[in-house]
Ligand binder design. Sequence first.
Ligand code: NDP
Length: 326
Amino acid sequence: MKAVIATAAGGPEVLEYTDVPDPVAGGGQVVVKVDAAGVNFIDTYRRAGVYKVGYPHIVGVEGSGRVVSVGPDVADVNEGDAVAWAEGPGSYAEYVAVDAKNLLPVPEGLDMRTAAALPLQGMTAHYLCRSTYPASASTVALVHAAAGGVGGLLTQLITSHGGRVIATAGTPEKAERAKSYGASDALVYTELDDLAAELPRRVRVLAGGGVDVVFDGVGKTTFDASLASLRPRGMMVLFGGSSGQVPPFDLQRLNAAGSLFITRPTLAHYTLTRQETLWRAGEVFGAAASGELKVPIGASFPLAEAAQAHRALESRQTTGKVLLVV
Ligand code: NDP
């Protein structure tokens, strides 16, 4: 079969579209014919060696498709079932073996591209605002990169519960997009001369004081501004580093900035049981199928062009979801 492998740690040029052996379903696994694979920042961190993995490896963890073979010790999954997954290592490929415990049933009415777009970013947006900081009608949140994949879904989920989102985005067009997801205000943070000082000042004017929570997946460039935008006892949720990882941090800063809380969550710890995983997937898939949740697919590339997809994501050219169509 055809697949995209990372040959070594490096830039998008280490991605190679090549022939590899077909996967075989081991115990507890199924093999899926991939319809579309999701492109995520975690794929770029693994390709670049920011997260430690072996090389060569088939890139990608997310996708949708139809089950073509069922391995031993798998119950309740049949050939032909439409499924999606957020944890299926080797998803940039025509076929992938996925642990049955990670399969998410695709409900009727949800097309396979949307199903591939939602598992990782959708379940992440869900746990961030339902569990890490349960947002309510009284919540005022700052969401960075709100025209992006997680940011756009998160903005919609918070505002659909009556909460208020002050968004940031890299361009005026992206800021408009963030507003279309429900943000009350959208600041173009790339236009600020001194982000660390100017952004919190503007956020505080808009919010009438600090915000309750900051959802920050940008990391290195926004971290200081995020902390300074919080009200006393506010919650800093650092969930990624699209601009780079945040360096080691002096905990005394939480004291000085207002007895703040900080967490660095990850999806695996918010999908600890099958029940929890199905609850999150069910809610986001259901909202997408009913049209309540917009799932914009900002760019689709053929599988052979995975390197271009990574370049687009890493150079801030994308909005919404990026897919590889197989
Ligand atoms: P996005 O679609 O949000 O793309 C990243 C965005 O970050 C860009 O579009 C850009 O938006 C912004 N950005 C700001 N500075 C930079 C920079 N220097 N280089 C690149 N992008 C920059 O990606 P995802 O939705 O896939 O992921 C968002 C974040 O969420 C990532 O950090 C990812 O690792 C994290 N994540 C975390 C998970 C978890 O469980 N912890 C799970 C899934 C994702 P703009 O131009 O508007 O600034």
